[in-house]
Ligand binder design. Structure first.
Ligand SMILES: [Zn+2]
Ligand SMILES: [Zn+2]
Length: 335
């Protein structure tokens, strides 16, 4: 029996979200139907709403890729999930599971990977989501649903970058203390790194130190000059342009500048980087294995997103708060 889903869609580039009802087929053999209880709002959702990524947006565009809810129905081949369990879904909700990248546990690089809410897919800003059960993850018991939601994109993105690029004892900088940054500070500190938080003002200083940062600096010239050659790994979680020359100067020889935020095209001083043999890297979300490791680590080491909850009818206020950078630190819609 085909049912309907009530979602919130942008009907055109940049337009406010409005109710949108669409068909919801029965789950296929490997699929589960989830009743969404919470969904985080991410900067990527704003890009999709605005149409910044070309054909990735298809209107009516239903965003939402930090989806948490309860299993309602399962397909005939699903054995690891059952109704009423609390689960989550991140940026991807399917892949071929047979190619080189899928077999490596890097489903995010599969040519057939299925994004949760872009390229015509309808995401978690809705009362139901049906998708491949193999991209649906059980929530650890000690993680409340509203807290867990931001782990599924923001959490996985910074966890994967730090897991690949750092070792215990490293001096790790986190530039930008928002949805990504406040989780990066916690993960890096719990990994055993010495964390330096960097922010445009000292408004978030007390919070950053409480989350595990050892040092906190503002991004003014004199402060940055005093901190030259102090970091092994600098994670950029801000999405706006920065003084990249100064950012490079913060790094020690063999250091890494890693982009987890998306500031747009960036010009880097390659001779200055060569002088210290620096590396530039980027952070995508990880694969399913990374997701499992991240959830286990967050649960065990109490890496909890700090969230502001918005009821469904205030979904546009949540997006405006995200646009205006006033959320501390992740907006979560409660359905
Ligand atoms: Zn995201
Ligand atoms: Zn594949």
């Amino acid at each position: 029996m085909t049912r309907t889903t009530n979602g919130w869609a942008a009907y055109g580039p940049g337009s406010p979200l409005e109710p949108f009802t669409y068909l919801r087929p029965d789950p296929g053999a490997n699929e589960v139907e989830i009743q969404v209880t919470h969904c985080g709002a991410c900067t990527s959702d704003l890009h999709l709403i605005e149409g910044d990524w070309g054909e990735a947006s298809q209107y009516p565009q239903v965003c939402g890729h930090e989806v948490v809810g309860r299993v309602v129905r399962t397909g005939s081949a699903v054995t690891h999930l059952s109704p009423d369990q609390r689960v989550g879904v991140g940026w991807y909700k399917g892949a071929c599971l047979a190619c080189e990248w899928c077999l490596k546990g890097e489903e995010q690089h599969c040519a057939a990977v299925l994004p949760t809410c872009s390229n015509g897919q309808k995401g978690g800003f809705a009362d139901f989501l049906t998708c491949d059960s193999r991209f649906v993850f059980l929530l650890p018991d000690n993680l409340p649903s509203h807290v867990a939601a931001p782990l599924f994109c923001a959490g996985q993105t910074v966890f994967t970058a730090l897991l690949r690029g750092t070792r215990p004892g490293m001096r790790v900088g986190v530039l930008g203390i928002g949805g990504l940054g406040h989780l990066a500070i916690q993960f890096a500190a719990k990994f055993g790194c010495t964390v330096t938080a960097l922010s445009s003002s000292d408004n978030k200083k007390a919070q950053a130190l409480q989350l595990g940062a050892r040092h906190f600096y503002t991004l003014d010239l004199a402060t940055l000059q005093a901190q030259e050659n102090t970091l092994d790994f600098l994670l950029i979680t801000a999405s706006n342009d920065q003084d990249w020359e100064r950012a490079i100067a913060l790094l020690r020889p063999h250091g890494t500048l890693c982009f987890a935020g998306m500031p747009g095209p960036v010009t880097l001083d390659i001779p200055a980087m060569t002088y210290k043999t620096l590396t530039v890297s980027t952070a995508n979300v990880g694969g399913r294995h990374d997701m499992l490791k991240m959830l286990e680590f967050a649960s065990e080491h109490h890496v909890w997103p700090m969230v502001e909850i918005f009821p469904t009818e205030q979904i546009n206020q949540a997006l405006d708060a995200l646009r205006n950078n006033t959320v501390r630190y992740r907006a979560v819609i409660e359905f």
